[in-house]
Design a protein around this ligand. Sequence first.
Ligand SMILES: NC(=O)c1ccc[n+]([C@@H]2O[C@H](COP(=O)([O-])OP(=O)(O)OC[C@H]3O[C@@H](n4cnc5c(N)ncnc54)[C@H](OP(=O)(O)O)[C@@H]3O)[C@@H](O)[C@H]2O)c1
Length: 280
Amino acid sequence: MSHPETFLLAGVMGWPVMHSRSPKLHSYWFERYGLAGAYLPLAIQPDGLERALRALGPLGFAGCNLTIPHKEQALRIVDHADDRARRIGAISCVTVNKDGTLTGTNNDWYGFLENLLEAQPSWRADAGPAVVMGAGGGSRAVVDALIHAGAKEIRLINRTHERAVTLARDLGGPVTCVPWAERHAALDGAALLVNTTSQGMVGNPPLDLTLDALPRSAIVYDIIYIPGQTPLLAAAHARGNATLNGLGMLLHQGRPAWKSWFGLDVEVTRELRALIEATI
Ligand SMILES: NC(=O)c1ccc[n+]([C@@H]2O[C@H](COP(=O)([O-])OP(=O)(O)OC[C@H]3O[C@@H](n4cnc5c(N)ncnc54)[C@H](OP(=O)(O)O)[C@@H]3O)[C@@H](O)[C@H]2O)c1
């Protein structure tokens, strides 16, 4: 693969953005495939998002990723978005089309599933009930992924119950909203537990969840990746559950972005994972 005549450009828009691991991730792929290009952190304030997105094409960018707080607002700005992005209500990636228009997609759901299948190749969505903690943007991508992978029962639990109810209504599927007070008992019989809340992330207290009712055969997946092992994952690991964190979700969502920006298939290698892990 080589494009000697072209300098490939992409980036991530966020506010703040300098904490993002994405420039390191995408730079690895430029180097691995011997391509001339750059992936830049783009510090864009919310009131400048539309102008920044519209400038991508004229500046020669193939597109960009979006991070906090831009994912929902960007969906309202782009010219085209697929059904999935509209259902989820947020986009994580923008591609500049040949005619200069912008297409938005959400690749978080893809990263979530690919990471799970990489860690647990025999996992099946219909193996048993999935419990999803949280109903924010990450949860919307996770629940949509589970529904379309064939989950038969999803128990959705959020501190603010109304937000879970809205999510269930927007996404449809076999989602039951369980009150926050019943979260510990709701783990009974689950095959998969996913934390999509911010609890357990660096600087936040642990998720308040007792695992006693969770079968030891259940997979426990925390989409947080800083720290690499949240208190939830440590507790699950200690009692014998298989665990995984959200780093692979971040890595894998980059693959469809490259396909869309540059038409290239890139790989999540062990070397790449180790490179990003070393920064955490
Ligand atoms: N690995 C990845 O690629 C990836 C992708 C996306 C997100 N994430 C991670 O997922 C986490 C959530 O991100 P997001 O974008 O979904 O955020 P968000 O939209 O702000 O949602 C935050 C969620 O956390 C819950 N929460 C906050 N404080 C809580 C508390 N004290 N007790 C219980 N629940 C609480 C919120 O519940 P309420 O509705 O009650 O406020 C909500 O469900 C972050 O750690 C983020 O880094 C990772």
